[in-house]
Design a binder for this molecule. Sequence first.
Ligand SMILES: Cc1cc2nc3c(=O)[nH]c(=O)nc-3n(C[C@H](O)[C@H](O)[C@H](O)COP(=O)(O)O)c2cc1C
Length: 364
Amino acid sequence: MILSDEQKASLIDAGIRAPSADNSQPWKYQWDNASELSIWRDAELSGFATDKTFILTDLAIGCVIESIRLKALESKLNAEIVYCPSDESEKIATLVFTSSASNTPPLPNEKANKKVVDETASDRELASYIEARCTDRRFPYKGPVTESESLALAGAVNDKDYALNVYTDKAAIAQFLPSIKEAEQIRFECASLHQELFQTIVFDQPAPDKGMTPAMLSIEPIARPMFRLMATWRTMQKLNKIGTSKMIAMRSVTLPFKLSPAMCVLTTKSTSRIDIIKAGQQMLRFWLKATQLGLSVHPYAAPGVLPLAKPDVGEPYLSRLSNVKRNVDSEVANGQQVIMFFRVGRCAGTPTTSCRRSADSLKK
Ligand SMILES: Cc1cc2nc3c(=O)[nH]c(=O)nc-3n(C[C@H](O)[C@H](O)[C@H](O)COP(=O)(O)O)c2cc1C
């Protein structure tokens, strides 16, 4: 199978549009031949404090892989994924493309045939939302998120080792908020996490090709000068003495969740590197389904991801993070581990969206 330059460009474009933590886009690609694409982590953009185990990078690359796989399906191609992450190698996976017409396996009976055809059709439909998907940090979100929408969101997950729990009951959502707040608060109280967070924020360009501006973070114009002052650790330390990290957690967690009709939680059975990459694939599937339903999505990674990243932050932060993990895992009560929280609902208009690196700059 030989892919045309146009087909290759369209697949890479789908990968580029995938989400990544802090809009870091920590990946690279290489066409090994006319139908095989290898995906690598970008060594310069991965492995920092909150990514010590490559968890954020692997989640982002999972999103990239699923985005390319869905785009391939939409273009009548199959993509077989060969995973190969290891700490030594920067190579994460190879996608092998074949024509879906020539490669459809013979099916034993009509029922099985219909199931595959239905799944392919719904995946192709998901692919058509790759361009529209975005992070929406605005609030309030309006409701309701209906029962059938909740089922559709949960049903976007197509691997039994993962689950997407949807909560629309205010009391059920409230149970998670202290843990989410605690994890967000730590990011402003611990020097290395604070430094990493502010390194990704771009104050002096309106449309950087990676990272995010205060507008993209939905920080109100009136609060932006103060937010800029917080970028200096000494200032942040002083502000924390008057409770600023707690106020930030209220503003970024309590208020937005209280003013949203639904919370979704993605959980996983295993946290091996391959399973985290696959969690990223499931995350993108859920997010595209939400986009299809006209729902806004705002992810919260810190409570699930920070404890798994095991950053070198010392005490008391490590104990605080372990408590967060214990609490959120026990609250989802499905025997799995929490990866990510999402605030979900409806919000009119469009948020300020982030920009992307060029396809050329992502070449290995
Ligand atoms: C693994 C992962 C973790 C993320 N964590 C957060 C988060 O904790 N808070 C947040 O506001 N956005 C989070 N995001 C959203 C990214 O910041 C966003 O995807 C990126 O800036 C690109 O913007 P877009 O989603 O609008 O394309 C996360 C995204 C991914 C893939």
